[in-house]
Design a protein. Structure first.
Length: 283
């Protein structure tokens, strides 16, 4: 059935040179976050997707929330926001109000890098932006100039390279912050909750290296989060190259390097195919 949905929604797209998508950006209520439109009405029953750039679907004509909407025949409010995570969602009353009234909420599992914690602070809305290191982190990494960093991933990779043994302390703190923040988020959801894992590997054992997505999240952390969720959907690629391919994406020529770093159309189709049977049983 998903194949019919996708065929009905999508014409054959290819790389279109200088073409670009109209994301019809919109806001809900007094939220300061900007989401992909068109804006959905919130009067009746609806589902919600919480996520980052994958849910938003940059360069993707029909991201997986749109495919879910067609397959469920009910509104799916796409609250995917590039560079946002649990900090941004929890600190936005308008977002949490929408989530609280949803029949079911899909939460794409975020990484642990983009969270304010006891070692460093991130921007309240653009959670990938590093703002300030605490005195404790500066003491652990004496000699590191933290003014060199604007983004959390760059900083974490540099700290790991400066000393994997010391980085274990950072990784433990980020995991603790992730556990607390995800617990608060999931506890605030009144309807059904589905966790979506999208990664090139299935959830595995604990690793301190800040590589791969979702960053620093392991199987044990996911198992703990599942105590407050109703279902877990794990989506990994049969062929990684297929997930990363540009076929079907729409972007201007200058954005090709950025497009190559994002999940492609096939990943969104796979996510929708895996989610739909679970969601249909809940709505």
């Amino acid at each position: 059935m998903l194949g019919e949905v996708i065929v009905g929604l999508m014409m054959t797209y290819a790389y279109l040179g200088d073409a670009s998508l109209d994301y019809m950006p919109c806001r809900y209520g007094r939220s300061r976050l900007l989401f992909r439109g068109p804006r959905r009405e919130l009067n009746g029953r609806y589902a919600v997707v919480l996520g980052g750039i994958e849910a938003y679907g940059r360069y993707i004509p029909q991201p997986y929330p749109a495919l879910l909407e067609a397959g469920l025949d009910m509104p799916v409010v796409n609250l995917g926001c590039p560079n946002a995570g649990p900090d941004a969602w929890l600190n936005d009353p308008a977002v949490m109000e929408i989530v609280s009234r949803a029949v079911v909420t899909v939460v794409q599992v975020p990484g642990a890098a983009d969270l304010t914690n006891r070692l460093y602070t991130v921007h309240q809305r653009r959670n990938d932006r590093f703002l300030k290191a605490s005195p404790v982190l500066q003491a652990i990494y004496r000699g590191v100039d933290f003014t060199d960093f604007s983004f959390t991933r760059h900083m974490l990779r540099s700290l790991f390279e400066a000393g994997p043994e010391r980085f274990a302390l950072v990784a433990d703190e980020l995991r603790a912050a992730w556990d607390a923040r995800m617990g608060a988020l999931l506890a605030s959801i009144r309807g059904k909750t589905v966790l979506l894992w999208m990664g090139e590997q299935a959830p595995g054992p604990r690793r301190n290296a800040p590589m791969g997505e979702p960053v620093l999240v392991d199987a044990a952390m996911l198992e703990a989060a599942m105590e407050r969720a109703d279902a877990l959907v794990t989506v990994t690629p049969g062929a990684p190259a297929r997930w990363r391919g540009l076929e079907g994406m729409v972007f201007p020529a200058m954005a090709e390097p950025a497009a190559r770093g994002l999940l492609g159309v096939a990943a969104h189709e796979d996510a929708a195919a895996a989610l739909l049977p679970v969601l249909r049983g809940m709505v």
